[in-house]
Design a protein around this ligand. Structure first.
Ligand code: ARG
Length: 350
């Protein structure tokens, strides 16, 4: 803890140009608090900057150019489950911002745990070998049902928020529909696309990862940016074990699905991804295509280099799942060293 605290304070003071006196006074303060209580309290400014650094250090993220634009909500003082629910709903509303998505992070007291993988996600139901909805949500959907939640049973049921404080029983809360912005998927040239009745929610808000800053861990610190199109069009809606929509898209274009070398999957992928980008844009919801995201990532790399910092990255995650070799990321190596502050996976609470 002491070592991690010192490293963070050093970085913080260096990057924000705090003077020597500030550093030594704050370091004494932190040491005293750790000696007295075994831990210490980050100031709001430390928390804000630490959260931004955690984003800057996220090796899997291609969207890091915008790390300084994140808004941080400090909810560390909340201990009432209703208040925490309200804060999460506020995060959804604030981050959605009527489509002009704002990168946002909300920090809660370390005793709080959010059971959802993302604040907004679709349920998945398994009925005799068949899946309705998002198969990635099957286990969590069962938990919600055990807690008393009943879904409508469609392919796109938004799951409830499940919040736990300490060892108490988790509580679930339905998210009011009016706060959930969704984008219906249509194609700029193929009206029949709408017959697939596909949609996706606007804001991906990861809520299952632990935020670590200066040796302090926050198991509940949901954060969001905006989507890169391929996350939806080349993965969520396309993966065989997710919504598996490539055959339906290929059908619309009457592609030859009997022959792999007809490249029906590739052609369907292009149309589906075009539709996702088109739909978000048309409905005024922030999204980025993978080519633009890669160019932005290159700017981030240059910016970091200018500031004398090495960019770390996980290549296998940074390359987009479509046309990866058409981006610069494909053609260079990245060191996957883990820096602090950062976000970490943690064990599912269920
Ligand atoms: N890939 C995840 C999904 O499709 C979201 C991960 C975070 N993505 C982001 N653009 N911030 O739901």
């Amino acid at each position: 803890m002491i070592q991690a605290a010192k490293e963070f304070l050093t970085t913080y003071c260096f990057e924000l140009q705090k003077n020597e006196q500030y550093y030594s006074e704050r370091w004494t303060e932190i040491n005293d608090e750790i000696a007295r209580t075994g831990t210490y309290t980050l100031t709001l400014e430390e928390l804000e900057y630490g959260a931004k650094l955690a984003w800057r250090n996220s090796n899997k993220c291609i969207g890091r150019l915008f790390w300084q634009t994140m808004t941080v909500h400090d909810y560390r003082s909340l201990h009432d489950v209703q208040d925490i629910r309200d804060a999460l709903i506020h995060h959804i509303i604030f981050a959605t911002n009527q489509g002009k998505i704002k990168p946002t992070l909300s920090v809660f007291h370390p005793s709080v745990r959010i059971w959802n993988h993302q604040l907004l996600r679709y349920a998945g139901y398994e009925k005799d070998g068949e899946v309705i909805g998002d198969s990635d949500s099957i286990a969590f959907t069962k938990i919600c049902e055990e807690l008393g939640w009943v879904g409508a049973g469609t392919r796109f049921d938004i799951l409830p928020l499940v919040i736990q404080i300490g060892d108490e029983k988790p509580e679930w809360f339905e998210i009011p529909k009016e706060h959930v912005l969704e984008v219906a998927i249509s194609h700029p040239e193929k009206p029949e696309f709408e017959h697939l009745h596909l949609k996706w929610y606007a804001v991906p808000i990861i809520s299952s990862m632990k935020l670590e800053i200066g040796g302090i861990e926050f198991p509940a610190a949901p954060f969001n940016g905006w989507y890169m199109g391929t996350e939806i069009g080349a993965r969520n809606l396309a993966d065989v074990d997710r919504y598996n929509q490539l055959p339906q898209v290929a059908e619309l274009y009457q592609l030859n699905q009997k022959s792999a070398s007809s490249l029906w999957k590739d052609r369907a992928l292009v149309e589906l991804n075009l539709a996702v980008l088109h739909s978000f844009k048309e409905q005024g919801v922030s999204i980025v295509d993978h080519h633009t995201a890669a160019v932005q990532f290159k700017q981030f790399e240059q910016q970091e280099q200018k500031n004398g910092r090495e960019v770390t990255g996980m290549w296998s995650w940074l390359i987009p799942p479509m046309s990866p070799a058409a981006t610069h990321v494909f053609h260079k190596p990245y060191s996957n060293e883990t820096k602090s502050p950062n976000f970490f996976y943690q064990k599912n609470p269920y």
